[in-house]
Write a protein that binds this ligand. Sequence first.
Ligand SMILES: Nc1nc2c(ncn2[C@@H]2O[C@H](COP(=O)(O)OP(=O)(O)OP(=O)(O)O)[C@@H](O)[C@H]2O)c(=O)[nH]1
Length: 464
Amino acid sequence: MAVGLQGNGKTTTCTKLAAYYQKRGLKSAIVCADTFRAGAFDQTRQSCTKAKIAYFGSYTETNPVAIAQQGVQKFKKERFEVVIVDTSGRHKQERELFGEMVEISEAVKPDMTVLVLDASIGQAAEGQARAFKESADFGAIIVTKMDGHAKGGGAISAVAVTKTPIIFLGVGEHLHDLDRFSPHPFISKLLGLGDVQGLMEHMQDLATQNPDKQKEMAKKLEEGKLSIRDWREQIQNVMNMGPISKIASMIPGLPQEMLQGSDEEGSQRMKRMIYITDSMTASELDSDGSPFLLTGKDGKPTGLTWRVTRVAKGSGTSVREVEELLCQYRMMANMAKQAGGKNGWLSAMQKMQQAAGGKGRGANGMPTPGQIQAMQRAMPPGMLQQMQRQLRGGGGMQEMMKAMMQGQGGDQMDMEEMQRMMSQMGGGLGGLGGLGGGLGGLGGMPNMGDMFKMMGMGGPGGGR
Ligand SMILES: Nc1nc2c(ncn2[C@@H]2O[C@H](COP(=O)(O)OP(=O)(O)OP(=O)(O)O)[C@@H](O)[C@H]2O)c(=O)[nH]1
């Protein structure tokens, strides 16, 4: 059950929450018990329809307790796993409001009552939280509108007096603008140190949504084979991760020039890449790009085939853009080749995972010292030292990737070229698309934060 004053963002947050749980495979629904604000049910109906979430409410029933009861009963019968009751919020007549909240609560007996607070009230959150605590004893807090207010931090510290955990933060008006709150990553992001753990969780979420696909992709990566179609899937994965700036802020040490352009420009660029691939034939998509290349007698590319012009026309883009896309694909495919194979770092990571996978776990579910040693032994020589050096020296994910590649010897990835390519993609996440697919596909892989700890490097940023 969600409670809070009018305009705090309760209705919006209820839909975000339902979408959050639904995305994780839980059947979720919303009951709109806000009969006070005209249009509240319409708002729920519209946003739920858009997000494909089940909802219940009434245009005629004026008793919120009756609606809440009917809705919860209905969804329980239909075996919904998460049922969120949205209550009305008011500015005045607070006694009446609190009375109504208590009545609804007694009628539906919620497993948890959540107070929704607006970050813009800053320190005043303390008084509001206290008032609600006294009447509608809530068990958790969600602070909304954290995206637009410098006072947000004040609100977060002010509610500490209620000794109630903050579970989520609202960070925008869109459906997926809801972040799970946990203090360590929050502070880390505030200090510009990124949130690797959050990023990995985000990737794992994407992977759990489509485990078979991700396994397939990991297999292809292992074999070092990546077709244009596979790559398109990776671009789409990145697009599904949310606004690029949000993902980028989770990556420690990501250079600013890689974030050039707005989110809109970045996603527009990615969309154009999808349009280009949409204009390709099935056999071109499944190829390694060779149908677009003219080759000389020695097998080296000498130019582009007429198909490049055709694809540009068909997709409403330019020959240059198609050329760029083919170039970028080539780089990704080469990277996959280096990552895959018996001696690639994906296989090294798998070996490490197996080493850590022995029986039993130490405190906090962490591997035992023996397992950590086994993992360290499974690492290619020199890789651990390089990764440690990079991290201590303030290098980020990028540097780490570089270290991983160089650990292999043999062909080294041209990081400058890769960086240029990433920024062209708008936000520098092209590479992570592949990484997400690969890591996600390994299933059960410890998240990056845990990995660092296992390797004795402390958490993200812990080595500083
Ligand atoms: N920027 C930003 N806006 C938000 C966020 N959450 C909600 N909003 C906006 O805040 C306004 C009020 O949100 P509602 O969900 O209608 O508020 P409510 O608390 O349900 O209001 P009542 O139903 O009257 O109690 C809307 O314009 C939302 O789009 C957020 O996290 N960030």
